[in-house]
Design a protein. Structure first.
Length: 357
């Protein structure tokens, strides 16, 4: 494999602790891959000190190298600092966010949920970054919000949904509330229909977003890919991950697409927050961050990186099946001990592969 550079974005509280666990697994001593790590301190303190300059630097580095892994960060409730994720999404021209719920071996999912479910949502626009204001007083006060979506982003979400569905042998399912909002939300539906015409080999079952929520609770184990608006996807993906046992059970991917809808820049992270109550206690689940690292390797267009990616996924699920589980999965294994077991299993796989070569 040609040497690759992964941009590492440090974070806050438990987010930073779990990032370090993921980097232990990605260490070249474990993976035997030629990887370099370029670190940027995105802690709240350093973002304040640099007036978000470090966030812009990290985004530029990701565009240069193509790969990034980010710890969870604190977003202040007030002030001009804003969300680092919003800056990163804009900085790398992010189009889609992909979160995939998977059955965790040994953990009982909700009844009827067995096959993977991917939520492919807009990375920009919609309710996030909308202009908001209020007018009037007392009970006559009115709140307004001006949102926008672009056809280019709608097309990227729709096209990538079919790419993801083909990869998963899944059907494209769900969609926006286009009956109530034919102009705004209807734009995504138009692009979904357009992509379906181009991809007749992939099953397509459009549903309104409210029906999507309801029908998910009665699925029969069929793999699904759900394209969504930004706000809908944010809510839906959290629910989907929890349906499989834990929000810490899967990675979150921010992807920039080229003109052919091929992934150009990938930033991986955990879908959960900084969990300040767990900081320093060695009890948080590192699974999502470890899988975030594995996901990056799968995009490196290299056979050896793909093998190690699969090894990390398999090792993570195997140890859970063997009973190595953190508290959120009903066990008592500590954070570092969980990672130790993943590393041991990855090394075992590499040793066996070399014997079978």
């Amino acid at each position: 494999m040609d040497r690759k550079t992964i941009v590492v974005m440090e974070g806050d509280q438990t987010g930073q602790e779990l990032l370090e666990e993921a980097l232990r697994v990605l260490d070249p001593a474990v993976t035997q891959l030629e990887l370099d790590f370029e670190r940027y301190d995105l802690s709240l303190e350093n973002r304040k000190a640099t007036d978000n300059g470090v966030v812009h630097e990290a985004a530029a580095a990701m565009k240069e190298h193509g790969f990034g892994i980010k710890a969870a960060t604190v977003t202040p409730e007030a002030g001009s600092l804003g969300s680092p994720n919003a800056i990163l999404r804009k900085g790398i021209d992010g189009t889609v966010i992909v979160r995939t719920g998977r059955r965790i071996p040994g953990i009982n999912p909700m009844s009827g949920v067995h096959a993977p479910i991917s939520v492919v949502r807009m990375a920009v626009d919609d309710a996030y970054g909308a202009t908001e204001w209020r007018e009037g007083e007392d009970l006559d006060e009115v709140a307004y919000r001006t949102e926008k979506i672009t056809r280019g982003v709608c097309r990227g979400v729709s096209e990538f949904a079919f790419i993801q569905a083909r990869k998963m042998r899944a059907k494209v399912f769900g969609g926006p509330k286009y009956t109530v909002s034919p102009v705004y939300e209807g734009m995504l539906k138009e692009e979904m229909d357009r992509a379906a015409e181009k991809n007749r080999d992939t099953r397509y079952d459009p549903q309104l977003i409210d029906a999507t929520y309801a029908l998910l609770l009665g699925t029969y184990g069929e793999p699904l890919v759900i394209p969504t608006l930004n706000r809908d996807g944010d809510c839906l993906s959290d629910m989907v991950l929890q349906m499989f046992g834990s929000i810490a059970g899967a990675e979150s991917l921010l992807i920039s697409l080229d003109e052919d809808f091929v992934a150009q820049t990938i930033m991986s992270e955990a879908p959960h927050g900084t969990a300040p109550a767990l900081e320093g206690k060695n009890v948080a689940n590192p699974m999502a961050m470890i899988l975030a690292g594995a996901a990056l390797l799968s995009f490196m267009d290299d056979d050896q990186a793909s093998l190690i990616s699969r090894a990390i996924y398999e090792a993570t699920f195997e140890i859970i099946l063997d009973g190595v589980r953190t508290a959120d999965l009903g066990g008592s294994t500590g954070t570092s001990e969980f990672t130790d077991e993943v590393i041991r299993h990855v090394r075992n796989k590499r040793e066996v592969w070399s014997a079978l070569a």
